[in-house]
Design a protein around this ligand. Structure first.
Ligand code: FMN
Ligand code: SF4
Length: 331
């Protein structure tokens, strides 16, 4: 029976347990998007706290991308040395780290087919650069209405070339990005994805669309699929009461694909997490807000203090500098 503290293999890496830190944008990058000591300290602390796999906050791979405050950038080699300091710090604490490669925004219908192929190539080149910076892999950000999740949504994609039309054709950009990343990186380099199971808007991605994209990505050899939705960080989650915001969709996907499925969203107690792992095919559990409040949560559970996460899901950390918890220092 699966348990949060099982050691597993994913791509070419060994993970010390099944706990991931889900991508969490810190807003702490330097003026030009460079990695800062604050970012390195945050991830080193998370690595020390016991999670096996850390996914960085969304990191833009395009120089002319729309900006969100303090976001890390990674559009050319000038950024590699800074990220190498980050990956070294995480590896020193025994965790693995993958970069969440993203584009914040961009055109969908207006791009010529060759320009979409250019976007595909940019993601591939970013993966190669991430490998040079010491990352264990990358996670393609295709959730929460950032660019790629718009691209695969019928709300935004009305294309008539091979990248538009049916759910299969809208998901094609993701499969081509995966291939482009594989072409440019070594065997064993992890390529994962975070994807909406639901756009939570009429006319958006449906459960069937999501399952179709998941099957295509799994068949194409993606290493892991993290299941989210546009209703990103549900408030008022209570341990043992309403945990697992996207559990039904993740269970459906896990039952129909070979790729490991990662569940994120509203997981707060070791009991619930272990029950999900034991009775479903879900392989990994990801946490964001619980690890903002308690970076050492996984070690706390591992060493026998199994009280639920202290996070009360108030979402105030979306508005604090460095996205720290409003209870920081008072836990
Ligand atoms: C401050 C903050 C920043 C976030 N930044 C990202 C991000 O960069 N990329 C992403 O995919 N999700 C981001 N998320 C969403 C989380 O990764 C996660 O999917 C969501 O909060 C639900 O998980 P939780 O209940 O464990 O917090 C962010 C969440 C918070 C609270
Ligand atoms: S501010 Fe603290 S308690 Fe509130 S959601 Fe964020 S981490 Fe959780």
């Amino acid at each position: 029976m699966k348990n949060l503290f099982d050691e597993t293999k994913l791509g070419g890496v060994t993970l010390r347990n099944r706990a991931w830190r889900s991508a969490t944008w810190l807003g702490l990058a330097g003026r030009n998007g460079e990695i800062t000591n604050g970012i390195i300290r945050t991830y080193a602390e998370l690595a020390k706290g016991g999670a096996a796999m850390l996914v960085t906050g969304l990191t833009s791979i395009a120089e002319d991308d729309a900006a969100i405050g303090g976001e890390a950038m990674f559009y050319d080699d000038q950024f590699v040395a800074g990220h190498r300091r980050l990956t070294d710090a995480v590896h020193d604490e025994g965790a693995k780290i993958i970069m969440q490669t993203a584009m914040v925004d961009g055109l969908v219908d207006e791009l010529a087919t060759a320009e979409v192929e250019g976007v595909v190539r940019q993601f591939g080149e970013a993966a190669a650069r991430a490998e040079r910076a010491g990352y264990d892999g990358v996670q393609i950000h295709a959730a929460h209405f950032f660019y790629l999740s718009k691209f695969i949504s019928p709300l935004f994609n009305h294309r008539t070339d091979r990248f538009g039309g049916s759910a299969e054709r809208r998901a094609r950009i993701l499969v081509e990005i995966l291939a482009s990343m594989r072409e440019r990186t070594s065997h064993g380099f992890v390529v994962a994805i975070k994807i909406n199971s639901d756009d939570c808007q009429p006319g958006g991605v449906t459960l069937d669309d999501f399952l179709t994209a998941g099957r295509l990505l799994s068949d194409a050899g993606i290493d892991a699929i993290e299941v989210s939705a546009n209703y990103t960080s549900r408030p008022n989650v209570r341990a043992g009461v309403n945990e697992g915001s996207f559990l039904p969709a993740a269970v459906r996907l896990a039952a129909s694909v070979d790729a490991p499925v990662v569940l994120v969203g509203g997981l707060r107690s070791l009991e619930t997490v272990n029950e999900i792992l034991a009775r479903t095919r879900i392989e990994y559990i990801a946490f964001s807000r619980p690890l903002i409040r308690e970076p050492n949560l996984i070690n706390r559970w591992r060493t026998g203090d199994i009280r639920p996460a202290a996070c009360v899901s108030c979402n105030a950390c979306y508005r604090t500098p460095g996205h720290i918890c409003i209870f920081a220092g008072r836990c």
